[in-house]
Design a protein around this ligand. Structure first.
Ligand code: DC
Length: 233
């Protein structure tokens, strides 16, 4: 009989628009693991803050967001059609609404609030307690699961990432220029890396995956070699 492989925590951190979620979702499906998109959790808090007056005209009132925290309950429910879990805020489906431009524009301000990070990090640690999870974010390998058995730090050339995002947005009919997307990608990288609390940083024991010129299949092949080595240890 083939021994059952032990379940581990797989931490995927890295820059925005690197394809982290797509990669993490594919890995989870392949391994039968739970995929947790931690960016969705920061987006959910931002959505609730917007809907409850703690963000006005794009200005985040940090004290007001903190005061709302005890009344925010975030849950996930698996959606077989998407092959991933949908996020709910106080029982209401929030999956579509958390991806709006309004939320995207305010989420950096909300994710830099200490109380927000403390609440969400504690939740993420509970979700991964029994291992068998692929978690994607910015601080998973450094703060949430410093003991993760496999840590991947994803990166890709800023211009390549901007081109991918530009193709996505123009396919949706958004009227944007490649130049403004390049600027936005670079400024978000800076904001993520220079945040005072839990900045985006490569963990010392993370393996770098630069997927600028890799197909999804090549990335999966790359991953499976590292995964097999990690579970064999
Ligand atoms: O991955 P994303 O773009 O959906 O993340 C949304 C925002 O949340 C992004 O501005 C970075 C922040 N974030 C974070 O601070 N820590 C995480 N673990 C995940 C996301």
């Amino acid at each position: 009989m083939v021994a059952k492989k032990r379940k581990i925590v797989i931490a995927i951190d890295g820059f925005s628009s690197c394809g982290k979620s797509t990669f993490a979702k594919a890995i989870a499906a392949r391994l039968g693991y739970i995929f947790i998109d931690t960016g969705a959790m920061y987006r959910a808090v931002t959505l609730y803050a917007l809907e409850n007056g703690a963000i006005r005209s794009g200005i985040v009132d940090e004290d007001a967001v903190e005061a709302l925290l005890p009344q925010i309950e975030i849950t996930f429910r698996f959606n077989p059609q998407r092959g991933a879990s949908d996020i709910y805020v106080n029982g209401d489906l929030a999956e579509g609404r958390i991806r709006s431009i309004e939320v995207s524009n305010c989420v950096s301000g909300v994710s830099s609030i200490r109380a927000v990070r403390e609440k969400l990090v504690a939740m993420q640690q509970r979700m991964g307690r029994d291992r068998g999870v692929v978690m994607d974010g910015r601080d998973i390998g450094t703060v949430v699961f410093p003991d993760a058995e496999l840590k991947i730090f994803m990166t890709a050339d800023a211009e390549v990432r901007a081109r991918r995002r530009y193709a996505e947005l123009t396919a949706k009919g958004d009227n944007v220029t490649l130049e403004e997307i390049v600027e936005n990608v670079i400024s978000r990288d800076k904001a993520d890396m220079s945040r005072a609390i839990s900045p985006l940083r490569q963990a010392d024991d993370a393996i770098v995956l630069d997927n600028s010129y890799m197909t999804v299949e090549e990335q999966m092949e790359w991953f499976m070699e590292r995964y097999n080595a990690a579970v064999e240890e």
